[in-house]
Design a protein around this ligand. Structure first.
Ligand code: FES
Length: 219
């Protein structure tokens, strides 16, 4: 059975259309199937391979390289606690232990209700906020075991969390979908606005993101 429905297939086509070489759409399409299934299944990778004219092994090669692609079922909220040097010195391990106890699962696992996944992460590149954790890739700084548990409690109560930058914490599938389709709407809007200038369709080589053709591009 197909992973992508008709509407998602149209999204996939819009993503592919962004790139002069359709192989370049590989990572966004893997994000797209992850947004549909919650993780990247063999079926999802086969479908991406089909769309792009690649082999499933080529898709797996890229999928298995990036930690943001999950090969096993994930929770709605992925909590990543930094275990690198600055955060470890400032109590990162205690945060992991507190969350393991609160969630009842070890790091690297997902709760039985599918709500939370917990992972220990490498440096999250915000060492000045150590100890740091992310929830679905939104940052929280100066975290303590107590404040980490408070974040989980709030999510369980259905409260909207905001990161240190004020960004709302979204679900894992929403984040995958946003990442997959980043720039697609803007590209369509840009093209539409360009079309209306003087009522003429712009030349292809003035389109946003255009670059001269290279060997290996589609004809
Ligand atoms: S060591 Fe934790 S964010 Fe860099």
């Amino acid at each position: 059975m197909a992973v992508l429905n008709d509407e998602q297939r149209r999204e996939a086509e819009a993503i592919v259309a962004k790139y002069p070489n359709k192989r370049s759409a590989l990572l966004p399409l893997v994000f797209l199937v992850q947004s549909v299934q919650g993780h990247v299944t063999d079926e999802g990778m086969r479908e991406v391979a089909d769309i792009l004219g690649l082999t499933p092994a080529q898709v797996l090669g890229s999928t298995s390289f990036y930690t943001m692609f999950k090969r096993n079922p994930q929770g709605e909220y992925l909590i990543s606690v930094c275990r690198n040097i600055a955060c470890t010195h400032l109590g990162g391990r205690k945060i992991v232990s507190a969350l393991e106890e609160r969630l009842g699962v070890p790091a690297g696992s997902t709760t039985a209700d599918g709500k939370f996944s917990l992972e220990a992460a490498e440096c999250l590149a915000t060492c000045d906020g150590a100890p740091v954790l992310q929830i679905n890739y939104e940052d929280f700084y100066d975290v303590t075991p107590e404040s980490a548990i408070d974040l989980v409690d709030k999510l369980e109560r259905g409260e909207q969390l905001r990161s240190v930058r004020g960004e709302p914490v979204k679900t894992a599938r929403e984040i995958s979908h946003e990442t997959a389709t980043a720039g697609v709407r803007e590209l369509a809007t840009d093209m539409e606005s360009m079309r209306t200038i003087g009522g003429e369709t712009p030349r292809v080589d003035t389109a946003p993101g255009h670059r001269p053709p290279e060997k290996g591009d589609r004809g």
